[in-house]
Design a protein around this ligand. Structure first.
Ligand code: ZN
Length: 344
């Protein structure tokens, strides 16, 4: 699609600017993740979905700036070896980063200044809660930057807690973050409780808080059930519920810091969102999957990459592929029949 421009090469009317903004958001919305249980809008052009973001896109176009997106994600690999290949980013992350970069390139084909995604790694924000070693967060962050550089993913950059608080240790940095942006635990608990009320009197924000709490608890329980651990499942579940609240407080504080630091940016999320949400839920591999690269392993089906838990792929007829450094990178399915089954 060509954008009409005047003799200076700029969009020549408010309507044209609004049209470009709509086309940009439509491009992104094609890959949005929506909540299954709620009304789904049938088109990427849904004006209710565009509404919370269109003014930011228009403002960027008026200034001929890149459309900037922020995505809190890529915290660090799950500490559970039943889910992942190791503590460093691998093909799963590479595929997701490449997808995000390609999305920016598609935007550039309809709007010359293009777009950028700032990946705001939240690993350091809650590493102590989710049980990832600080040194593994550090090496994961370094490796993400290396993939971006070496794969020439020029539309991507990273931002993390280490960039904000330079002169203190990680614990102090988290404490500073919570001191400035942290919310009250009891109020959060109340909100989560109201969000789980099935009578329907809850607000979308409360329901989102409840979904986040349930999703995080599930991930934390999964990550705690690694081979060799000795606690009972009920003890783990209780512990993980408390940790989920802590992780949400940290995560919300990080969200507020990001919003303050990048007020012009459009907020992407790895979590599915409702129609008209102020965040855009984004698929990370260009396909709908609830799994994230840091909770799984990339599997080459022959046609594309999908994500699976490590223990699940080990039950298949699949070959482990190593990268140029000799590190485990992903699996490749060998049987054609399996390929058909797992693509569905
Ligand atoms: Zn919608």
């Amino acid at each position: 699609m060509k954008i009409l421009t005047n003799e200076l090469g700029k969009p020549s009317s408010d309507q044209q600017i609004a049209d470009i903004a709509t086309n940009i958001l439509t491009e992104v919305m094609q890959f949005r993740r929506m909540i299954d249980t709620e009304k789904k809008c049938d088109s990427a052009t849904c004006s209710d979905c565009h509404k919370p973001h269109i003014e930011k896109v228009i403002a960027a176009i008026m200034q001929e700036k890149k459309i900037r997106f922020v995505l809190p994600a890529f915290p660090g690999k799950s500490p559970n070896p039943a889910k992942v290949l190791g503590h460093l980013p691998d093909m799963a992350e590479k595929q997701a980063l490449t997808f995000l970069n390609n999305l920016c390139k598609r935007i550039q084909s309809i709007y010359t200044p293009g777009a950028e995604v700032i990946i705001c790694s939240d690993g350091r924000v809650f590493s102590d809660v989710v049980g990832i070693a600080e040194k593994h967060i550090t090496s994961y962050q370094i490796e993400i930057d290396r993939i971006i550089k070496e794969s020439n993913l020029t539309s991507l950059s990273t931002f993390n807690l280490d960039d904000v608080y330079h002169d203190c240790n990680f614990e102090q940095a988290r404490s500073e973050l919570i001191g400035k942006y942290g919310q009250d635990l009891e109020r959060l608990k109340e909100k989560v409780k109201r969000g789980g009320d099935v009578t329907g009197s809850s607000t979308p924000e409360e329901r989102e808080a409840n979904r986040l709490y349930c999703g995080l608890t599930r991930f934390l329980v999964e990550d705690s059930l690694f081979p060799g651990q000795t606690k009972s499942k009920s003890a783990i579940q209780k512990e993980c519920k408390s940790k989920a609240y802590l992780a949400i407080i940290r995560s919300n504080a990080w969200t507020d810091l990001i919003a303050e630091k990048f007020p012009e940016a459009i907020r992407l999320s790895i979590h599915p969102q409702s129609c008209g949400s102020r965040k855009i839920g984004i698929q990370l591999l260009g396909i709908e999957t609830w799994m994230t690269p840091w909770h799984g392993v990339a599997v080459n089906t022959g046609n594309n990459f999908i994500l699976m838990k490590h223990r699940e792929v080990k039950e298949l007829n699949a070959q482990l592929i190593k990268d140029e450094k000799g590190r485990p990178s992903h699996y490749k399915l060998i049987s054609q029949n399996q390929q058909l089954t797992y693509e569905l």
